[in-house]
Design a binder for this molecule. Structure first.
Ligand code: ZN
Length: 225
């Protein structure tokens, strides 16, 4: 039996019974906080990384965490974005890249993708990011060059997101927030970009103000309890 099938049996025997009421409630509706767009890479565990529960994230994954710019053609990513943003009314969209991304390494060496015509074509949606790295990151070592591409690719896909009508409307209404992240698998670090300044910093710093506000609010609540 494959390990993942054995896992289902273990889930049914050990996990589900403990939280049956939670799953029954969950079965009736969902109200996720965020649309989380990341790479299909097997090493990214979204729930573990964000310490969220089933129902918290509407996840959309593909090779390279790519968001094709809006067009009149329908694709899986476009439909998922529309559903999450217009129907589920998520308040946040995260585009999350990651270190050692095979897709992004491929984008830097397209000629090595001869046997993968669909991957090659798909990575066309990252071309502006690749060209930016070629133009301003030429002197960097391989590690830093890839990191720059991971960051530029996230910024590019956030740009593409803004072309989707559902996202554009919610941005105009001011009730949705975009986030750009890069997850470092070896370090457990997540860098997040400040879209106002273009500066990347660890999540703990990037959201420090929000964390402080949340902590103050909790304290306030307690002092009035
Ligand atoms: Zn990847």
């Amino acid at each position: 039996m494959p390990r993942f099938a054995a896992g289902v049996v273990r889930f049914q025997q050990e996990v589900y019974p403990e939280r049956q009421a939670f799953f029954e409630k969950l079965s009736k509706s969902q109200s996720p906080e965020a649309l989380f767009i990341t790479c299909s890479d097997s090493r990214i565990e979204t729930a573990m990384l964000t310490q969220t529960e089933p129902g918290d994230l509407f996840v959309c994954r593909n090779a390279g965490n790519i968001v094709p710019p809006h067009s009149s053609q329908t694709g899986g990513i476009t439909a998922s974005i529309e559903f999450a943003v217009s129907a589920l009314k998520v308040s946040h969209i995260v585009v999350c890249g990651h270190t050692d991304c095979g897709a992004m390494k491929g984008a830097l060496n397209l000629d090595k993708l001869g046997g993968l015509p669909h991957v090659r074509e798909w990575l066309g949606h990252s071309r502006a990011a690749v060209e930016i790295v070629a133009a301003i990151g030429g002197d960097l070592n391989e590690h830093d060059k890839l990191l720059m591409l991971l960051e530029q690719n996230v910024l590019l896909q956030l740009q593409h997101l803004r072309t989707h009508p559902s996202v554009a409307v919610r941005l105009a209404m001011g009730d949705i927030t975009l986030h750009g992240w890069v997850y470092d698998i070896a370090e457990g670090e997540v860098l997040a970009v400040d879209l106002a300044t273009g500066k990347w910093s660890p999540v703990s710093n990037r959201y420090a103000d929000a964390f402080a506000k949340a902590a103050a609010a909790t304290e306030h609540e307690h002092s009035h309890a």
